[in-house]
Design a protein around this ligand. Structure first.
Ligand code: SAM
Ligand code: SF4
Ligand code: SF4
Length: 372
């Protein structure tokens, strides 16, 4: 069965204003959804714009010159993002990830990082503040981001070979600049860092071993390369199951070149299966959201660029927090509305897709809008 394609503008605006309970209670830090999953991780999309056109995320044919990105006034301001993040922290969130679109395109992003880094849990602990980037502006920005309080960074890199890398980003961007960004991040103290490679069978799967070898030799334990299964996120990338290279196959190809040993997970809700090189040369991860769903422990919420809360990467409907933020609701009211939305959550898209792997029939929101 094919996907129902709904125009992007319509999809972006599919959101209901969340209900404020009649007698709002302050958050306890322990909200659980209907499947007993706590709220621990908030991903914040700070822009829907990007300077790349990765074929699996923002294909050029769809995101062309005529595509209308969100106007600035509809984006959450840094103050609105920080206020919202503070309310999520009161519900138990411990990790904030800035993403997009390309987050480093948002002007003065380091000042948002500084505001978020000043937040504390009820026990007075600092948060884990991270950012996912395509690395194109990282060489310039790494020092300022670190100084503002960024804890960690994840850099997407889909190939070591320049021709294949340029084909994946589809704007002819050279891989050497991204690698200089990685070096700058490490030099600024953003270590260890994560590198994400989305593997598309027939496009960049020949890069698995060369990229792993480069990362091992150049960075050792200072970088963890993670292989991500190409996902059926959004409706515009023309996803096909036969272009997914299952993680087990990726690992088999790596294991043919290097001896690997499994590692125990470090925390509940971890998306990557961790392995290490037997010779101590570092660590790799496998994110298998297509072939091995990990919804059972999913503790992640997503805040879109214009303030809509999504409970799943494959969400079809957001909850319009901006309407509450700009409509005069109090912190207590907004926090109670967030708690209610989370407590009613039942999302487990990947598990359900696993049961019917040809894809669902619901229209889904785009990755660059909701944040990866
Ligand atoms: N622009 C930044 C970047 O590329 O790192 C941040 C946003 S991007 C949407 C976040 C992550 O999602 C990236 O690592 C990207 O490779 C991944 N991603 C995007 N579309 C994907 C897809 N269809 N399947 C798997 N991963 C995808
Ligand atoms: Fe841009 Fe990141 Fe999407 Fe690539 S994956 S198009 S860099 S948002
Ligand atoms: Fe979480 Fe949705 Fe992904 Fe499952 S499919 S792990 S619920 S984001």
């Amino acid at each position: 069965m094919g996907e129902t394609v709904i125009p992007l503008a319509d999809l972006r605006h599919a959101a209901a204003v969340p209900r404020i309970p009649e007698h709002p209670e302050p958050p306890t830090g322990l909200v659980a959804d209907r499947l007993g999953r706590p709220l621990r991780d908030l991903r914040i999309s700070v822009t829907d714009r990007c300077n790349f056109r990765c074929t699996y995320c923002m294909p050029k044919e769809v995101f062309d010159r005529d595509h209308r990105f969100l106007p600035h006034a509809s984006l959450l301001s840094f103050e609105e993002i920080t206020r919202t993040a503070r309310l999520f922290v009161a519900h138990g969130v411990r990790k904030l990830r800035l993403t997009g679109g390309e987050p480093l395109l948002r002007k003065d992003i380091e000042s948002l990082v500084a505001q978020l880094a000043a937040l504390r849990t009820a026990e007075g602990a600092a948060l884990d503040i991270t950012l996912t980037t395509n690395g194109s502006l990282l060489e310039r920005k790494a020092g300022a981001l670190r100084a503002a309080g960024l804890g960690r960074v994840t850099v997407s890199i889909d190939a070591l070979d320049d021709t294949i890398f340029r084909r994946m980003n589809d704007v002819d961007f050279p891989v050497a600049e991204v690698l200089r960004g990685v070096d700058a991040a490490l030099a600024a103290g953003l270590a260890p860092l994560k590198l994400n490679m989305v593997v598309k069978r027939g496009t960049n799967d020949g890069q698995i071993v060369p990229l792993a070898r480069h990362v091992r030799e150049r960075y050792g334990t200072r970088a963890v390369l993670r292989f991500i299964e190409y996902m059926d996120v959004g409706t515009s990338n023309g996803w096909r199951m036969d272009e997914v290279l299952p993680s087990d196959e990726v690992r088999a190809r790596l294991a043919a070149a290097f001896a690997l040993e499994p590692l125990a997970p470090t925390s509940a809700g971890e998306t990557a299966e961790r392995w290490r090189y037997a010779d101590g040369g570092g660590e790799v991860g496998f994110i298998s959201s297509v072939t091995k769903a990990f919804c059972r422990d999913c503790n992640r919420a997503r805040l879109s660029t214009e303030g809509k809360l999504f409970l799943c990467l494959f969400g079809t409907q957001g909850h319009d927090l901006r309407a509450l933020l700009r409509g005069g609701a109090s912190d207590l009211q907004i926090a109670a509305a967030i708690g209610l939305v989370w407590s009613e959550r039942t999302d487990r898209y990947s598990e359900l897709r696993g049961a019917a792997p040809t894809g669902g029939s619901s229209p889904k929101v785009e990755m660059h809008y909701i944040g990866g």
